[in-house]
Design a protein around this ligand. Structure first.
Ligand code: FEO
Length: 400
């Protein structure tokens, strides 16, 4: 059975939710699923904006059939070729063989790589600023390379002032009924997942996101229609501001994420004592994570959120405890910058983890160490409390 929603009088959401997928890209946990959005514009010409993931093929095709209401499909506009959005292109081409595919040069290169159907006379190749007139709606194409693949483009509908913004402004999380952000308590249901989605999926490409934000600033935008998660038609400035901060690698708030790895509880004890000291000194924007039990994507999200990071880990195989090494590697891969960091190390016979963590962090751009690292042997001793106290005070001072 079809399951569509009207975005405007003649634009219909034809996407769907997936609550069965455990890991997005087979990497990132999806505790509340994910949605794949697609939109059908009913005008003198009909245009479908993107397809969907293979997992929701049946729902998506029923939705498109219903939204077309017996009409032919004239255009399939391909804003993004990652398979969570392009998987059903082959079936669309089979069902509506006369439909023209609209994309840029890189789009068609990727279509050729992913699919085997002949492109021949099907392609309308567009570049920055090209337009497509559907009758009432005038679409303009805006290239958005590396947000989050090289072929990504966005489509601006000047008639209704809608930006079909591909992966940008998306979020993890399936729909709970309405597809509109202003009807779903976005701040409580989705905001943390929007950050986790941005930081892990698009986070590496801050400068490219900045380029797109500059282009978007010249548009009159009444609605953002992303490929994942709710549609924005109110308070768009809130999300634009978040994207500006995240893509400049500036923290959202002055606060501390403590991420510790601990084999037998001694490093975690040191981290908990530090958290306790910070709280008593009035730091309440504070999150503590056991990295062995927390998927790295959540740690990356809070690393993008907070100004200060405290990393605590044992020495392991003459290096860093592996989950911490993974986190540090991911932070570097995602270009995290401009954070203050403090270090707690442990080791029973050759403690070097604090130094090793510092090698990773000091190589990242704009990172500033706060306080003296505390490197313990096996367990925290009462005589080391003043050092931890001094470290806590240094962190508090840095937050002012
Ligand atoms: Fe939602 Fe880059 O795909």
């Amino acid at each position: 059975m079809y399951c569509t929603q009207k975005v405007t009088d003649d634009i219909i959401w034809v996407g769907g939710s997936d609550r069965r997928l455990a890991l997005f890209e087979n990497l990132f946990p999806l505790p509340d699923g994910v949605s794949y959005n697609a939109y059908l514009i009913q005008d003198s010409k009909t245009a479908l904006m993107d397809t969907a993931d293979a997992a929701i093929t049946r729902q998506f095709l029923e939705n498109v059939e219903h939204a077309l209401d017996g009409r032919e499909l004239d255009y399939l506009i391909v804003n993004h070729m990652e398979p969570d959005h392009c998987a059903v292109i082959g079936e669309i081409v089979r069902r509506w063989p006369q439909a023209k595919l609209v994309g840029n040069a890189k789009t068609f290169q990727l279509i050729g790589q992913f699919f085997d159907f002949p492109l021949d006379d099907k392609c309308i190749q567009v570049k920055e600023g090209d337009t497509l007139d559907l009758g009432h709606h005038l679409l303009t194409f805006m290239m958005a390379p590396m947000v989050h693949w090289p072929e990504v483009m966005m489509t601006y509908d000047a008639t209704d002032k809608i930006l079909f913004c591909a992966d940008a402004f998306g979020t993890f999380g399936a729909f709970h009924g309405s597809v509109f952000a202003d009807e779903v308590d976005f701040q409580n249901r989705y905001a943390d997942e929007a950050r986790r989605y941005y930081a892990n999926i698009v986070g590496k490409y801050g400068s490219q996101v900045q380029s797109v934000l500059k282009k978007a600033a010249k548009l009159d935008i009444a609605m953002l229609c992303p490929l994942h998660g709710p549609i924005w038609r109110q308070d768009i400035a809130w999300f634009l501001k978040k994207y500006d901060l995240w893509s400049r690698y500036e923290p959202e708030e002055q606060g501390v994420m403590i991420a510790y790895g601990s084999m037998y509880g001694n490093t975690s004890n040191m981290a908990e004592v530090l958290a306790n000291l910070l709280a008593q000194k009035g730091v309440h924007a504070l999150r503590v994570y056991d990295i062995s039990k927390t998927d790295t994507s959540y740690l990356i999200a809070d690393a993008f959120r907070y100004s200060n990071l405290v990393l605590a880990a044992p020495t392991y195989n003459n290096g860093i405890y592996l989950p911490m090494e993974t986190l540090l590697h991911d932070m570097a891969a995602l270009n995290l910058q401009n954070r203050r960091y403090s270090l707690l190390g442990n080791g029973s016979w050759a403690p070097i983890s604090a130094n090793k963590m510092n090698e990773h962090l000091s190589a990242m751009k704009g990172m500033q160490q706060v306080g003296e690292p505390l490197q313990i042997r096996s367990s925290l001793k009462p005589e080391q409390l003043p050092q931890l106290e001094a470290l806590a005070q240094a962190i508090v001072d840095s937050l002012q």
